[in-house]
Design a protein around this ligand. Structure first.
Ligand SMILES: Nc1ncnc2c1ncn2[C@@H]1O[C@H](COP(=O)(O)OP(=O)(O)O)[C@@H](O)[C@H]1O
Ligand SMILES: [Mg+2]
Length: 232
C-alpha cells in the first residue's frame, strides 16, 4: 500500500534528513515510528503526504509513484490520506462541526452529504454533543479528536499522525490512542510518530525505530527501546 524505495531527503539548507530508506507498509497495519528528535520521523510522514518530495528514490501510495503526480492531482492523493499533528492545526474561527465539514466542502460535496458524513464522523470520535464549540473552548483531547474527525471525514485509507499525543495529558493520550486503534480496526492504516514509550510498549504493534535518517530496527509487536539507539 505504501512503499519507499531508496528514499533520500536533503533539505535546502543541506541537512540530510533521510538516507536511502526502504520501507513497505501493508493495508490495515498500525505502525509506530519512533526515534530521537531529528531522526527523520516527520520527514517520512511529510514525504508520504507529498508535502515534500524526495531528493532521491521513489514513494508509492497504492502503486502510484507520488513524486510524479502533477500539482492538480495532489488533492486527490491527499483525500486518500488523513494527517494529524501535535498542535492540532484547527481553524480557530470555525467551530468543531465547521472544522470537520470544511474538508468536505473543498471537495465540492453536496450539502446533505457534507452534513451526513460530518455528523457520522463526529459520532465516531465521540464529539456529537460538543460540535457547536470553538477550538479554544475545548480540552486538548477534544481538539485532537476534532482534528481526527477532520482527517477521517473523507474516508482515507491511511491516517498519518505526527506525535498526536505530544501536547496531551496521559488520560487524553490514552483516549486518543484507543480511538486510533478503533479507527485501525475499521480498516484504516495508521502510521504514528511518537515519543510516548508507555503507549508503544502497551500496544504491541509494529515499531520502526529511526536514528540519524536511517531505519535501524523494524519489529512486529515491537517495543520502544530508544535506549539502544546510538546517536549519530
Ligand atoms: N524544513 C526543514 N528544513 C531544513 N531542515 C529540516 C526541516 N525539517 C526538518 N529538518 C531537519 O531534518 C532532520 C530530520 O528532521 P525531522 O524529520 O523533523 O525529525 P523528527 O521528526 O524525527 O524529529 C533534522 O536534522 C531536522 O533539523
Ligand atoms: Mg517530528
Amino acid at each position: 500500500m505504501i512503499e519507499l524505495v531508496n528514499v533520500s531527503l536533503v533539505y535546502k539548507n543541506g541537512i540530510k534528513a533521510l538516507d536511502k530508506i526502504n520501507l513497505s507498509i501493508e493495508k490495515g497495519e498500525f505502525i509506530f515510528l519512533v526515534g530521537p528528535t531529528s531522526s527523520g520521523k516527520s520527514s517520512i510522514l511529510r514525504l508520504i503526504y507529498r508535502d515534500i518530495i524526495p531528493t532521491e528514490g521513489e514513494i508509492y501510495v497504492e502503486n502510484q509513484e507520488i513524486s510524479e503526480l502533477k500539482n492538480n492531482q495532489v488533492p486527490y492523493l491527499r483525500r486518500r490520506l488523513g494527517i494529524i499533528f501535535q498542535d492540532f492545526k484547527l481553524l480557530p474561527h470555525k467551530n468543531v462541526y465547521e472544522n470537520v465539514a470544511y474538508s468536505l466542502e473543498v471537495t465540492g460535496a453536496k450539502h446533505y452529504e457534507i452534513k451526513r458524513k460530518t455528523l457520522r464522523t463526529l459520532n465516531l470520535v465521540g464529539l456529537s454533543e460538543r460540535y457547536r464549540l470553538f477550538p479554544q473552548e475545548l480540552y486538548g483531547g477534544e481538539m485532537q479528536r476534532t482534528a481526527i474527525a477532520r482527517a477521517l471525514v473523507n474516508e482515507p485509507l491511511i491516517l498519518l499522525a505526527d506525535e498526536p499525543t505530544g501536547n496531551l495529558d496521559p488520560y487524553s493520550s490514552w483516549e486518543i490512542i484507543k480511538l486510533l486503534e478503533k479507527i485501525n480496526q475499521r480498516g484504516t492504516t495508521v502510521i504514528m510518530a511518537t515519543h510516548d514509550k508507555d503507549i508503544v510498549d502497551y500496544m504491541k504493534k509494529r515499531v520502526i525505530v529511526m536514528s540519524g535518517g536511517l531505519i535501524i530496527k523494524d519489529q512486529i509487536k515491537g517495543s520502544y527501546h530508544i535506549s539502544e539507539v546510538k546517536s549519530v
